[in-house]
Design a binder for this molecule. Structure first.
Ligand code: Z5A
Length: 212
């Protein structure tokens, strides 16, 4: 029972390799948009707080083993369980800044060798982002940043494959930002594209679904 005359919020997704700076930039962008008076919320996938998210979390920390297809579907399910809430928020005028989304799902699973079309299938019907920002860094440079932790995918050889998967997945609509620039420079570029996107959504750009 939302007011259909309300301008809607934008769905802004940040993607990139581990350590590329998504978390830092997502909180900076949040403060910027909030400071301008926009209604904004941020979230991340995986959302480890749900029961599906807890299964994902224990897999990532090597506390459990799962078949590659199974974990892929759990990551997707973790997005599906947030879908209706996300749509309601967008329609009520709240902009969402999302740290990782379906592109991570496809990039990481296809890097293991799963068929890319199979990987994309369970994402069909999820909300399509209004903006995808890819924070671009080489796996080698990313590895130098404070080093990887102990999680399953935090290994240089695997991150190289993920980088290739992202490359084959991206399209001309993605905004690619050099993630090796100083944090403030990335922040500025991000502010510009994000604000532009928020305005387009306010002006009536309609919500679309994956994969457009
Ligand atoms: N995964 C999947 O397989 N399928 C899916 O569907 C989804 C995810 C959604 C967990 O994700 C894993 O799940 C992830 C993908 C997979 N595995 N990997 N790899 P996660 O979200 O929990 O973890 P993450 O995204 O990989 O990690 P992160 O550690 O939170 O990294 P980050 O957010 O990109 O970076 P950061 O914390 O903002 O910055 C990292 C460090 O770099 C930090 O010390 C910063 O101070 C520094 N930094 C940041 N920016 C700069 C610049 N510009 N210059 C220099 N230093 C910087």
């Amino acid at each position: 029972n939302h007011n259909t005359n309300n301008p809607r919020g934008a769905l802004i997704v940040l993607e990139g390799l581990d350590r590329c700076g998504k978390t830092s930039q997502s909180s900076r962008l949040f403060s910027y948009l909030e400071g301008l008076g926009h209604s904004v919320e941020s979230c991340r996938f995986p959302d480890r707080t749900t029961s599906v998210g807890q299964m994902i979390s224990s897999y990532l920390s090597n506390e459990s083993q799962l078949d590659d297809h199974t974990i892929h579907l759990l990551f997707s399910a973790n997005r599906w369980e947030k879908r209706s809430l996300m749509e309601a928020k967008l329609r009520s005028g709240t902009t969402l800044i999302v740290d990782r989304y379906s592109y991570s799902g496809v990039a990481f699973s296809s890097a293991k060798g799963l068929d890319i079309e199979w990987c994309k299938a369970p994402e069909i019907g999820l909300l399509a982002p209004d903006l995808v920002v890819y924070l671009d860094i080489t796996p080698e440079k990313a590895a130098e940043r404070g080093g990887y932790g102990a999680e399953r995918y935090e290994k240089l050889e695997f991150q190289k494959k993920v980088a290739q998967s992202y490359y084959s997945l991206h399209d001309a609509s993605w905004k690619i930002i050099d993630a090796t620039l100083p944090i403030e420079d990335i922040e500025k570029q991000l502010q510009e594209v994000a604000l532009d996107c928020v305005k387009k959504c306010q002006k009536g750009k309609s919500i679309s679904l994956l994969w457009p």
